[in-house]
Design a protein around this ligand. Structure first.
Ligand SMILES: Nc1nc2c(ncn2[C@@H]2O[C@H](COP(=O)(O)OP(=O)(O)OP(=O)(O)O)[C@@H](O)[C@H]2O)c(=O)[nH]1
Ligand SMILES: Nc1nc2c(ncn2[C@@H]2O[C@H](COP(=O)(O)OP(=O)(O)OP(=O)(O)O)[C@@H](O)[C@H]2O)c(=O)[nH]1
Ligand SMILES: [Mg+2]
Ligand SMILES: [Mg+2]
Lengths: 290, 272
């Protein structure tokens, strides 16, 4: 464990009760490898460690009788803070209808999360409307209609292109008294300028109160690149971290929060509409540290 | 990074960072650079030498060959959302272009609209689809598909399976069962078990490859979504630690966006 590796580092070099900065650097090197193994992006690791280093070189740590534990605590605290600090419950703005737009790269779990979010809000007394605005991927519309049918939430996909679908959906929501509109969109890469342009157009016509990006928890170094690009192109409000029921360490979570400063609202914990949980920064910190 | 010139400590550091950013992993990145530094000649381009070292990982790599059974059977497996169904559509198209007849088995009976998704790809490629509807037993579809392919004299049968996390043992057991059914129905081993890995996946990709290889003996990797910014560096460890070759590369969402794996161009792009 990181704890025992630190203890070994500090024991070896320690002399006469006073910690040497060299020991701190060696401990940081251990953390660096650990975080990279956990898939935290390289630039994020370097940034993160420089903050940890500044705190670790403080008097209280250098003079402490248990420096290893102190450094671990600093790492864990910094990690938890960056991941969002205290767990914050997901609250919708007090408007009607609330519009939520789902975005992200291919296969990240957007369509499934739309259904999960719709079920979650329905159970909280809302009237959601699911909008199938991915007209590109084979059977994406059918997928959302099937999921909507399973959870008893209406689905709409009226129009020949995603922008028309979104516009018509908003009209339908006001006609039918739906107070939450959840828009599923096609997976896309930020290096595809046409698809990023479409995403911006979708946002312009639907005026979402929340733009959520789905991030697959097994994503590696590319997570920071994706988050940075989506943030720049369509300005995100937050994230959903999907497939955490796997055994990926989930360093992508630190990459995306560190890069954008936006919170992770939910964690996807399975394939069924009920497999949705709030995101807990402290639990994620432990998972990343292994 | 391919600009020739001096090999300073900074150069080696940049190359190691590039490998890390490519998802090669910190230990492997450092090991590759250390190996290269030892054999490096001052007249060489450091980046080119690293690329050569990376490409060498795939020496002796089995290349993609269409299976030659009657039918040849390809089973496609992997975790959720990596691109299995889409890759099958592309592979069907590729085989059709080579004049082979293709059948597709819709053994993903779990996911919403999986059958419709595969049906679209079958139509696009001119392949025959065997499906039984959502909730059917995946093994039953597989059995049906082998029988139908034999009856029609189809050249290649490609079997789509549901995405599953390797941490779910009952789902891995189900996959083993599907493979057994295929082999029993065909009277011989499956020709290819293709593991579909998403190029954006981090170190967990190695755990995935290990688990799927242990369960159903993966014979090759299809590395998808290489048209994004991810480099797919995890396949180095998959090759080195498990001996599994990369055979195919997905480069987009269209049916022609499939390439046979080339180690040299993969290696150059890895650190570009
Ligand atoms: N185990 C697990 N699987 C998930 C989770 N979320 C989504 N999935 C699965 O991941 C796969 C992809 O999910 P989708 O919802 O289709 O992803 P998407 O982002 O809409 O994909 P595209 O529209 O093709 O870009 C499906 O097999 C889902 O069942 C999760 O939290 N846990
Ligand atoms: N850009 C790009 N997208 C791809 C590639 N391969 C697949 N995709 C996309 O990735 C998403 C998921 O593809 P699927 O074929 O549904 O993945 P899957 O593994 O069958 O998913 P499950 O059955 O849910 O596990 C779709 O949006 C595909 O269009 C690729 O090489 N490049
Ligand atoms: Mg989708
Ligand atoms: Mg599929």
């Amino acid at each position: 464990t990181l704890n025992s590796r630190f203890n070994a580092v500090f024991r070896k070099l320690r002399s006469r009760g006073k910690l040497h900065p060299k020991q701190v650097d060696m401990a940081l090197a251990e953390i660096r490898t650990g975080l990279l193994d956990a898939d935290v992006a390289l630039d994020v690791v370097e940034d993160f460690l420089s903050r940890v280093r500044a705190r670790a070189l403080s008097d209280e740590v250098m003079r402490s009788l248990t420096p290893a534990q102190q450094v671990i605590k600093i790492v864990r605290d910094e990690l938890t803070t960056t991941l969002g600090g205290e767990h914050r419950p997901f609250k919708l703005p007090g408007v009607n209808p609330v519009v939520i737009m789902m975005a992200g790269v291919q296969g990240s779990g957007k369509t499934t999360h739309c259904a999960k979010l719709a079920l979650h809000l329905k159970e909280k007394g809302r009237q959601p409307l699911l909008v199938a605005a991915d007209l590109q991927r084979p059977a994406a519309v059918e997928q959302l209609f099937t999921l909507g049918g399973e959870i008893g939430v209406p689905v709409t996909s009226d129009g020949g292109d995603p922008v028309k679908v979104a516009k018509n959906a908003l009209k339908q929501a006001s006609r039918d008294g739906c107070n939450v509109v959840i828009i599923d969109t096609a997976g896309r890469f930020h290096v595809d300028p046409d698809m990023m342009k479409e995403a911006r157009r979708l946002k312009d016509v639907s005026h979402p109160h929340l733009v959520l990006m789905a991030c697959d928890s097994m994503t590696g170094q590319d997570a920071v690149v994706q988050a940075r690009a989506f943030m720049r192109e369509i300005d995100l409000d937050g994230f959903v971290l999907t497939k955490i029921d796997g055994d990926a360490r989930g360093g992508a979570a630190l990459s995306i929060t560190h890069e954008t400063g936006r919170p992770i609202f939910f964690a996807g914990t399975g394939e069924k509409p009920g497999d949705l949980e709030p995101f807990y920064p402290d639990r994620m910190a432990s998972r990343i540290l292994g | 990074l391919f600009r020739g010139g001096q090999a300073t400590e900074e150069t080696w550091r940049e190359l190691e960072d590039a490998l890390i950013r490519a998802d090669v992993g910190p230990a492997a990145a450092s090991a590759i650079v250390e190996r290269v530094k030892e054999s490096f000649q001052p007249t060489e381009d450091p980046a080119a030498v690293v690329a050569r070292e990376v490409a060498a990982t795939f020496d002796g790599n089995d290349r993609w060959e269409p299976p030659l059974g009657s039918p040849g059977i390809v089973m496609v497996v992997g975790v959720n959302g990596t691109g299995k169904t889409t890759t099958i559509g592309k592979l069907a198209h590729l085989l059709r272009q080579e004049g082979r007849s293709v059948s597709l088995a819709a053994s993903d009976t779990f996911r919403a609209a999986a059958g419709e998704q595969l049906d679209t790809w079958a139509t696009r490629a001119g392949a025959h689809l065997v499906a039984q509807g959502r909730g059917a037993d995946p093994g039953a579809v597989a059995f049906d598909a082998v029988r139908a392919a034999r009856a029609r004299g189809t050249d290649v049968l490609i079997v789509d399976t549901a995405g599953r996390l390797h941490t779910r043992q009952p789902l891995m057991d189900e996959l083993k069962k599907v493979k057994r059914v295929l082999e029993k129905a065909a009277g011989r081993p499956v020709d290819e078990v293709l593991l579909v890995l998403d190029a954006t996946t981090g170190q967990n990709g190695i755990a995935q490859a290990r688990a799927f290889t242990e369960a159903v003996e993966v014979t090759g990797v299809a590395l998808t979504k290489m048209d994004g910014t991810a480099r797919g560096g995890i396949v180095l460890a998959v090759r080195e630690e498990l001996g599994v070759p990369v055979k195919l590369v997905g480069t987009g969402e269209g049916q022609a966006d499939l390439a046979v794996f080339d180690a040299e161009s993969f290696a150059r792009r890895l650190i570009a």
